[in-house]
Design a protein around this ligand. Structure first.
Ligand SMILES: Cc1cc2nc3c(=O)[nH]c(=O)nc-3n(C[C@H](O)[C@H](O)[C@H](O)COP(=O)(O)O)c2cc1C
Length: 189
């Protein structure tokens, strides 16, 4: 069976995380289904030089955020799960409370109800109690809360290194290995 991953990009800072996930998955035998929120489109325009179509071209399938009848809105459409990169606090809250108020949050809701893998690269700082409570709720439902915290032990040289390391680690949670998901070999004794 074909491996399928849903990539959600929501309106937190770090649109690049979603783009990096799509780029890394191009080299993998994984079918990608992309859904981008309206907030993410604002973040793209504000923070990056990417054109919308340039990003869409990286995915195998792109689903409009308002199309709650898309295939990924149904549990009968088999996937290996969903990565939301980055995940805004609004999207986190919607997932935590099962609102399914757009295609991105509906797809995440489906992934949770079908007991598939959901990884949320949540991005906000500092955090208020609503954010923390919502992360706890998603964790209790089986989702993985994965803030893209820089891994300094990997000695990143560029911002792109930092983004790549985080996304490669997040993809490894789906059993997807990339050249950037090398295991830590430990320090010399
Ligand atoms: C440039 C920009 C950066 C933002 N950064 C964040 C952020 O880091 N975290 C966050 O939770 N919201 C952030 N927001 C606010 C969200 O985009 C906003 O709450 C939006 O309603 C989220 O909707 P969505 O989850 O459907 O994308 C940002 C907004 C803009 C325009």
């Amino acid at each position: 069976m074909v491996r399928r991953l849903i990539i959600g990009i929501s309106g937190a800072s770090g649109f690049q995380y979603g783009v990096k996930a799509l780029e890394l998955l191009r080299a993998q035998d994984v079918e990608t289904h992309l859904v981008v929120s309206k907030g993410a489109e604002m973040a793209r325009a504000s923070e990056t030089a990417y054109a919308r179509d340039e990003v869409y071209a990286l995915a195998d399938f792109v689903h409009p955020i308002g199309n709650i009848g898309a295939c990924i809105a149904s549990g009968t459409f088999k996937t290996d799960g969903m990565l939301v990169a980055p995940c805004s606090m609004r999207t986190l809250a919607s997932v935590a409370h099962g609102f399914g108020d757009n295609l991105l949050t509906r797809a995440a809701d489906v992934v949770l109800k079908e007991r598939r893998r959901l990884v949320l690269m949540v991005r906000e700082t500092p955090l208020n109690l609503a954010h923390l409570d919502n992360m706890k709720r998603v964790t209790e439902m089986g989702g993985v809360v994965f803030p893209p915290v820089p891994a300094m032990y990997r000695k990143p040289q560029t911002a792109d290194d930092i983004v790549t390391h985080s996304v490669a680690h997040a993809l490894s949670l789906f059993g997807i290995d990339t050249p950037d998901s090398a295991e830590w070999q430990g320090m010399a004794d």
